[in-house]
Design a protein around this ligand. Structure first.
Ligand code: GLN
Ligand code: ZN
Length: 766
């Protein structure tokens, strides 16, 4: 297969068709594989990925996209950026140290991990501080040589751009970035020079940080970096690669002395093409055209893609066009083959990494003029999409009507919070500083095995239900014995807070093997919203009602919110995310109603992922937050004044969102703060928040049992910023990953800390 236009890939999923990458890593960590076998196994996985791309007809195959853990960590380690606590003495970083940075060891804690832009991938944050970079190893060169000798591939080395690397690192004031860049540039250039000497042609330098917005200083830093590179390695062709959003201002970016600029034409809202049409494209500059969605799992509409390429061709010319996915395929699963449980019409509408490469190759052939060769696959593709699009469950009248009728629904609770809170106090008679938990209790191996037996049919429904009831009953007794004020049923029936609802709602499907890497060896299999989402029947009422029947204390109903369900799924792309969120919200509204009618009058609707959905450009935040908040309110605002709506969020960067969070109008919010307590509280000192709030008083991510004094100190600190009447005492997240023993110890201390502070507060009041 020979294309007249170059077809390229930006990165291939690491995890392997059957997650063999993950299994190899975990076998090595547990000591089941020695280093030699580990390396050999990894090399064969890497080689298989190269072969797949070769067979798909990709002209420019990325190398160095493969890693043993994470590409940011690789880059830090290549430059010898190893924090002092690991007692590193220079030289090449060995595997023990490499994995210690990722996962911690007996002597030193792991490096921080955080989300890669607006994806669900997490990278290791480099800690630069005073460290001096030096080139400990050239991983790009090794990867290039490997592809050449093992597969005869003249690969395209991929590396994170220095600008993005530094923007995402920590340990220095952001105003020092230009000085630090100067420190790194010679080493960065040395790395590229070795590639030049090796005879490498193209290098892909990933600069996704560009799309988050550039000010004058950012631009001049980019100029310094790319001018230095151009002057130092004139023999290399540099593709400056952006993705996830529009690259702006394009005029300035086009002036950077690089051979090619890579742009995302899928997630840019049309802005990249508009800019090109407006300002034109310089002669002799290559355009890396990201035309196939690297973030979602749907088959491309090839006719639309061909049209897009034709438009690009007008401005750029085929000689300078490279067709590629919108970003690395790291964010999609490996292949649709093997998804035999799906209906054919649905399976045929999916395209994972392998299928996306085939699409690109096909588009490449078509653009090169070989229409005949592609006529039949093009026809197949058209047909597959048209059958899928006309599925009745994707265009339901009833759902459309409900969404339309949203305009007529009240957009708020019937009483404002200041008045609601009084009737709620009267109804619930909660003590000052009420204690509660976030929802889940330990998911022990016993619970997981029971679920497995039930799924496999070894246990019938009745037996499984009986088991779950027993777990709930035990959890209620456990909480009563501890003296908690507001109880939960424990979520034993749920594997995952999104999957559980997806399985019970219309509009969802589940793949067998649609895994993507979340961080390190951890993979997730997001459920897929392929059709209109709608309520079928109550999803959580049975368990909540049973739990409530066992106690006089209030038991919170427990739901996952619309925005979290949306953000942790693969979502159909023919509707806006806002529309899909509204569909989910309407379905949840039914559930809230069902719970309330069944006598559950404290209802928690978790939105841990609301912040993750924030658009990359600050200018788009407001629109997103508006509809996100609205969908939460649709789900919850129909309840009686006395019904208490709770919500929970899993992050602490909260400052820029307090107004939106308040606008959600939940009566009580609990947030994860124990790891950054001080910072968050300061933001409450600066801004008014009048509703109930529980700032997590201990970190559930560690098995450590915090002492009473530690928690009471943290409550005291919070009470300097918040009124005792509004403050709740809870751990900072659900307890499902913990064991019972430490859960009991920690909660016992938490309840005691609460009662100590309660006494003190009362004494002061009298
Ligand atoms: N209610 C959920 C639980 O406790 C919340 C989980 C989360 O915040 N991610 O498990
Ligand atoms: Zn949480």
């Amino acid at each position: 297969m020979k294309h007249k236009v170059t077809v390229s890939n930006l990165g291939y999923p690491r995890i392997g068709k059957n997650r063999e990458w993950k299994k190899t890593l975990e076998a090595f960590w547990s000591g089941r594989l020695n280093e030699e076998s580990f390396r050999a196994e990894m090399a064969s996985i890497q080689l298989a990925h190269l072969h797949t791309q070769q067979e798909a007809g990709i002209d420019l195959i990325p190398v160095n996209d493969f890693t043993f853990y994470d590409h940011m960590l690789d880059m830090a380690v290549m430059f010898g950026i190893v924090p002092e606590r690991y007692e590193y003495n220079g030289g090449e970083v060995d595997l023990d140290l490499y994995f210690a940075m990722a996962r911690g060891n007996a002597k030193a804690t792991a490096c921080e991990m955080t989300k890669w832009f607006n994806t669900n991938y997490h990278y290791i944050v480099p800690e630069i501080g005073e460290l001096q970079p030096n080139l400990t190893v050239n991983k790009l060169l090794a990867a290039y040589r490997f592809a050449k000798s093992e597969a005869g591939i003249d690969g395209k080395p991929v590396i994170i751009g220095l600008y993005t690397f530094l923007k995402l690192s920590k340990g220095f004031p952001s105003s020092d970035i230009a000085t630090i860049a100067e420190r790194f540039l010679p080493v960065y250039v040395q790395l590229l020079r070795e590639l030049e000497e090796e005879g490498v042609s193209w290098v892909q330098i990933d600069e996704p940080a560009i799309v988050t917005g550039l000010d004058v200083e950012d631009l001049s830093l980019l100029e310094v970096i790319y001018k230095t590179i151009a002057d130092s390695v004139p023999g290399l062709k540099i593709m400056l690669q952006t993705y996830f959003e529009a690259a702006e201002p394009l005029e300035s970016l086009l002036r950077l002395p690089v051979h090619g600029l890579g742009l995302d034409f899928v997630h840019d809202g049309g802005a990249n093409l508009e800019s090109i049409a407006r300002i034109g494209w310089p002669e002799n500059k290559w355009l890396g055209a990201g035309i196939v969605d690297g973030r979602n799992i749907w088959r491309s509409d090839l006719d639309a893609k061909l049209k897009l390429v034709e438009r690009l061709n007008v401005h750029v010319g085929l000689d300078c066009l490279i067709l590629q996915p919108s970003c690395s395929l790291l964010h999609v699963p490996v292949t649709v083959q093997g998804e035999d449980k799906l209906k054919a019409v649905v399976k045929n509408a999916l395209a994972f990494a392998e299928e996306k490469l085939a699409e690109l190759s096909l588009i490449g052939l078509a653009i090169g003029g070989d229409r005949a060769a592609i006529e039949s696959p093009l026809q197949d593709s058209r047909e597959a999409l048209s059958v899928f699009r006309s599925l009745p469950e994707r265009g339901r009248q009833d759902v459309a009507e409900q969404v339309r009728s949203l305009a007529d629904l009240p957009d708020r609770r019937s009483l404002p919070f200041a008045e609601r809170v009084k009737v709620q106090q009267q109804k619930w008679q909660l003590p000052l500083l009420p204690t509660t938990t976030i929802g889940s209790f330990p998911q022990t191996p016993e619970v997981r095995q029971a679920r497995l037996k039930w799924r496999k049919g070894v246990w019938n429904q009745e037996r499984y239900d009986g088991f779950i009831r027993q777990q709930i009953a035990d959890a209620i007794t456990f909480q009563e014995n501890l003296g908690l004020d507001v109880l939960v049923h424990g979520e034993f029936e749920r594997t995952d807070m999104v999957e559980f609802f997806g399985e019970k709602l219309d509009g969802y499907l589940f793949t067998r093997n649609g895994w993507v890497q979340s961080y390190g060896s951890r993979c997730v299999k997001p459920p897929v919203i392929y059709a209109d989402v709608a309520f079928i029947e109550p999803m959580t009422v049975k368990e909540s009602v049973y739990a409530q029947s066992l106690t006089k204390l209030p038991v919170k109903g427990m739901l996952t919110g619309p925005v979290t369900i949306l953000n942790w799924s693969f979502v159909r792309d023919d509707l806006s995310r806002e529309e899909v969120a509204n569909q989910i919200a309407l379905a949840l509204r039914h559930e809230v109603q069902a719970l309330e009618s069944a006598g559950i009058e404290m209802i928690q609707v978790d939105e841990p992922a609301i912040r993750e959905g924030l658009p990359l450009k600050a200018g788009d935040h407001e629109h997103y937050l508006n509809w996100a908040v609205k969908s939460f309110r649709i789900a919850t605002n129909l309840v009686k004044d006395t019904t208490q709506v709770h919500t929970h969020m899993c992050y602490s960067e909260f400052n820029d969102m307090i107004a939106s969070i308040s606008a959600m109008d939940a009566d009580v919010i609990s947030i994860e703060t124990s790891r950054s307590h001080g910072e968050l509280i300061v933001s409450f000192e600066e801004r008014e928040y009048d509703k109930g709030i529980g700032l997590g008083v201990y970190d559930i991510h560690s098995p450590r049992i915090p002492a009473v004094e530690e928690m009471s100190a943290s409550i005291d600190r919070a009470l300097r910023a918040l009124k005792p009447e509004q403050f709740w005492i809870n751990p900072d997240c659900g307890l499902k990953t913990r064991g019972w023993e430490e859960t009991e110890g920690a909660l016992r201390n938490m309840v005691e800390a609460a009662s100590i502070v309660r006494e003190k507060t009362r004494a002061v009041k009298i």
